[in-house]
Structures are given as structure tokens and as C-alpha cells.
Design a binder for this molecule. Structure first.
Ligand code: PEP
Ligand code: MG
Length: 321
């Protein structure tokens, strides 16, 4: 069966009725990009840059970051590479930053919130990203966005860094798309407003499920409540995709749900444009989508959204797997 799947390595991802989607890989370092390549990734949908900052004693330098980003961009060539800016805090700690212990780290000082305060850290990363941008098809993505102001502030810093590079006569690509993760319910709810300020959305279901259902994603005791099939979560996902499309931007997903066999039919039917997952899931997802009808899944989504529990939805969706 593995051999059959390998035939799909260089294929586009197209449903039975010709709906084209993109399958990307989630990576944590440049070596993963090679693996993404071997497994038929059409791009990188999420490069988690925090691993560059973890397991060491000091911040990574601009040059170190530049080399890592450049490597990934070169490996992927013309294909899109979505690099997410630093997403620490929550469960990911950086001891050398001496951040104070918090009562609720997942609701605290993390990700874009840190970057907008620790401007030097953020600007160093943005400089490295811009410098690397000339080596491929870079897209920049901000994590944990909860308001319009955060996008504007982050973009203002990006512009500032561009001006600096221009003064130093350092090149960067002129057409870099900038997008945000939608992983906080507030962002999902105002996704119509946010869509006007960015080039793309990527839905982070790992956190979106956690924050929507008030279930700590690390806590075994309440894990039975952590379910992307929760109708509240599915309604939010649909809302995000619709709002993105109304504003004319593309919508992807880089949370675990994007690679889940049981969710792929629903996400296809909702019109998701890009699915980003671990490299090992890509070929089977492509195979699955080839055997699904987008039109039929659109109708299935209408039915799913009228159902009242995760259990009923999960049972219903079995027939499409
Ligand atoms: C997510 O929250 O869905 C996501 C992709 O980001 P992370 O798992 O790194 O928080
Ligand atoms: Mg997240």
C-alpha cells in the first residue's frame, strides 16, 4: 500500500469533482523540510520557529535564524513556506528569558504578546525572515492573534524592519504574504474584520479547541472534553473559512485536525484551501481527497452543522472514511 501511495508523491491534490486543495507539512527544523519533500508536500504550512530558541542558553542570533530559514526556503524552491514567528509561553518555556511564573500560562504572556513587548527579539526574527525571503516563496505568520491592533502593531514593526534593510541596501522579496493564525475564539468571531488586514488565515485547532471549550490541551483528566467535533468548534471553523473567502483571502489549517482522516471530509466540504499536517500523513490525505466529492461533502457539512453533539457528528462522518 505504501508503494501505491508513493505514486502520489508528485501529484496535485484534487477531489473526484476537480476541487483543488493544497497539502502542506508542519515542520520544526530544516531537516524536516527534506522529509516533507520526500512525502509529497506541496509547501510548508507551518514552520514552528520556537525550536530554534529552545534547548539552548541564549537567544539565536539573526545569522543563525537566517541560515535556518534560508535552508527551508531553498529546499522548497517555488513552493510556499509559511514561517510562524516565535510562539513561546504556554507549554513552551525559554529558561534564559527569565519570564515570571504565571497562574495560567496558556492565558498569559506568550507568543505575539511577548514579541510586541520584547521588540528586539521580534525585530531580529523579522530581519532574518526578510533577508531569507529572496531564497524562495516566504509567507510570514503571526501566532496567537486576538485583536486587530496586534496585527497592525506587528505589521508596523515589519515595515520598520523593511525600512532598516533598505537603508543598509539589503534585499528582500517585495511580495511576501503576511497572515495570522486563528486559534483564539475572539479572532474567529471577528475574522470578518481581521480578514481585511491580512493575506491569509491558518486555523490552529490545537489551541482553538482548547480555548473554545476551556479544556487544557495538556490535561489528561479533562481530555474527554477536548474534541474538534464539538459543534461549537465546527461552527467556528466554518465561520473562519467563510469570512476569509468573503474577503478574498485563502484559508488553511495547521492544527492536528487538518491531518485527521475523520475531519478531512468535513474540512474539504467547508472549502478549506490548504491542509498542513505532519509529513507522514500527506500521501494518505491526498489519496483520501482524490476519492471524495467536494460537492457531496458540501452537502454533508450542511447536515453536520445541524447536528447537536460531537458523538452524533462522529458517527455520521464514519460513512465517508
Ligand atoms: C495550533 O494551535 O493548532 C497550532 C498549530 O499551533 P501549536 O500546536 O504550535 O500551538
Ligand atoms: Mg497554537
Amino acid at each position: 500500500e505504501k508503494r501505491e501511495l508513493m505514486k502520489l508523491v508528485n501529484r496535485a491534490t484534487v477531489s473526484k469533482d476537480e476541487k483543488v486543495v493544497e497539502l502542506g507539512a508542519n515542520i520544526g527544523n530544516p531537516m524536516d523540510a527534506e522529509k516533507a519533500n520526500e512525502n509529497g508536500a506541496e509547501g510548508i504550512g507551518l514552520y514552528r520557529t520556537e525550536f530554534l530558541y529552545m534547548d539552548r542558553k541564549t537567544l539565536p542570533t539573526e545569522e543563525e535564524q537566517f541560515q535556518a530559514y534560508r535552508k527551508v526556503l531553498e529546499i522548497m524552491g517555488k513552493r510556499p513556506v509559511v514561517i510562524r514567528t516565535l510562539d513561546i509561553g504556554g507549554d513552551k518555556e525559554l529558561p534564559y528569558m527569565n519570564l515570571p511564573k504565571e497562574m495560567n500560562p496558556f492565558l498569559g504572556y506568550r507568543a505575539i504578546r511577548i514579541c510586541l513587548k520584547e521588540k528586539d527579539i521580534f525585530k531580529t526574527q523579522l530581519r532574518a525572515l526578510l533577508r531569507a525571503s529572496v531564497y524562495g516563496n516566504l509567507k510570514i505568520m503571526y501566532p496567537m492573534i486576538s485583536s486587530l491592533e496586534e496585527i497592525r502593531e506587528a505589521n508596523a514593526m515589519l515595515e520598520e524592519v523593511k525600512r532598516e534593510l533598505e537603508k543598509e541596501a539589503i534585499n528582500y522579496a517585495s511580495d511576501i504574504e503576511v497572515g495570522i493564525m486563528i486559534e483564539i475564539p475572539a479572532a474567529a468571531i471577528i475574522s470578518d474584520l481581521l480578514a481585511k488586514e491580512v493575506d491569509f488565515f491558518s486555523i490552529g485547532t490545537n489551541d482553538l479547541v482548547q480555548y473554545t471549550t476551556a479544556v487544557d490541551r495538556m490535561n489528561e483528566k479533562v481530555s474527554y472534553l477536548y474534541n474538534p467535533f464539538n459543534p461549537a468548534v465546527l461552527r467556528l471553523i466554518k465561520l473562519i473559512i467563510d469570512n476569509g473567502h468573503k474577503a478574498g483571502i485563502w484559508v488553511g489549517m495547521c492544527g492536528e485536525a487538518a491531518g485527521d482522516k475523520r475531519l478531512i471530509p468535513i474540512l474539504l466540504g467547508m472549502g478549506l484551501d490548504e491542509f498542513s499536517m505532519s509529513a507522514g500523513s500527506i500521501l494518505s490525505a491526498r489519496n483520501q481527497i482524490q476519492n471524495l466529492s467536494y460537492d457531496k461533502m458540501k452537502q454533508a457539512v450542511d447536515q453536520v452543522l445541524a447536528m447537536n453533539t460531537a458523538e452524533v457528528i462522529e458517527a455520521f462522518i464514519e460513512q465517508y472514511i
